[in-house]
Design a binder for this molecule. Structure first.
Ligand SMILES: Nc1ncnc2c1ncn2[C@@H]1O[C@H](COP(=O)(O)OP(=O)(O)OP(=O)(O)O)[C@@H](O)[C@H]1O
Ligand SMILES: [Mg+2]
Length: 332
């Protein structure tokens, strides 16, 4: 069932506290977000930010202590059975299968938990295994699979019941680059081709850039930024200007007089006889003026391009101060 706004996940003021020996830990401190149907939504945040807590609440494994959340229009607290019928969830950090039966038997077992008729289950296991490159390994015992193939099987399991919404907690953790890529391709394809909504928690910036339509950066239980990866990168300002200039020279003081130039660094490659200058600009006009100023000095601009802040730079700029405070708190 959908709602008129075409939302698959609606989170409103979500809160979760854990009572410990001392003061309670606030894992989620009023998180609100919406995810559209068929979107791949990333949740990025440092250790302990609250990502897993949110995913556990949305997949009905944990109750919120405040606020509310709906998945496909169903309330996770009051209609958990209805939510469970339309979702699935997998965590890359947890062992997710029975060791002494084959990968295929594992998938079969989970398909039966979801009540799939035999023929449909066979077909589904076949299709998912094919798409995930697991087919040749289906008859191996789960314990005998390498981390990568075990993870492929875990991901297959998360799609076995034809879910509308899939929650993935660090789906590619500990995987080599090629395995991680094929799992990402699979996830993206499931969203694009089959219209599934995917929410994935990750520490991996490349993963967010590669497959997430939107991302929320969460820190200490709060969302501190959200948007498309491009929007977040642009939030740090217009892209810097990079120029390769010849002949090489040591200083570029003329740039300090250009209005709109906020700073610059340069380095020289003696062998190639070029200098590379990186200029922080506050507008596109300032970038053009900086290039012009260099030419006016009789230098040749062999190449120039704009360099957008990376997602990692955005993350560090937003979460960095929090890290320092955290370390100080730990000392106390
Ligand atoms: N069952 C629990 N009991 C007590 N505290 C908990 C429990 N589960 C989580 N926490 C605390 O809640 C906070 C958020 O934890 P959570 O696991 O959601 O973070 P995370 O963003 O998934 O971190 P990571 O990137 O390390 O997986 C942490 O301070 C954690 O110690
Ligand atoms: Mg976690």
């Amino acid at each position: 069932m959908t709602n008129e706004r075409n939302l698959s996940i609606e989170v409103d003021g979500l809160r979760r506290e854990f009572k410990g020996k001392g003061s309670p830990v606030v894992a989620l401190d009023g998180v609100s977000l919406n995810v559209g149907l068929g979107e791949v939504f990333g949740v990025l945040g440092p250790n302990g930010a609250g990502k897993t807590t949110m995913i556990r609440i949305l997949s009905t494994l944990l109750l919120p202590t405040g606020g509310s959340a709906k998945v496909m229009g169903f309330d996770v607290e009051h209609e958990p059975e209805k939510v469970r019928r339309v979702i699935n969830m997998a965590s890359g950090a947890e062992k997710a299968g029975y060791d002494f039966i084959s990968a295929k038997r594992n998938l079969w077992f989970f398909s039966q938990l979801y009540g799939l008729p035999s023929e449909a289950a066979e077909r589904r296991i076949g299709e998912l295994s094919e798409e995930l490159g697991l087919t040749k390994y289906l008859d191996r015992k789960f314990y005998a699979l390498s981390t990568g193939y075990r993870q492929r099987a875990t991901i297959a399991r998360a799609f076995i019941n034809d879910p509308k919404v899939v929650f993935l907690d660090e789906p590619t953790i500990g995987l080599d680059v090629m395995t991680a890529r094929s799992i990402r391709d699979f996830i993206l394809n499931e969203a694009r081709k089959n219209g599934r909504t995917i929410m994935l928690a990750t520490h991996n910036m490349a993963e967010v850039e590669a497959i997430c339509d939107r991302v929320a950066i969460i820190d200490k239980g709060k969302i501190i930024a959200s948007g498309t990866p491009d929007e977040l990168k642009r939030s740090l300002g217009v892209p810097a200007l990079v120029m390769e200039v010849s002949p090489a020279r040591a200083e570029f003081e003329m740039l300090s007089k250009v209005s709109g130039v906020k700073g610059f660094t340069s380095s020289t490659e003696e062998e190639r006889g070029v200098s590379t200058v990186q200029v922080v600009v506050e507008s596109d006009a300032a970038a053009r003026a900086a290039e012009e100023a260099v030419r006016k000095e009789g230098l040749k601009v062999d190449a120039s391009w704009r360099k957008q802040a990376t997602l990692e730079e955005v993350f560090v700029a937003l979460v960095g101060r929090g890290f320092k405070e955290r370390e100080e708190q730990d000392v106390v």
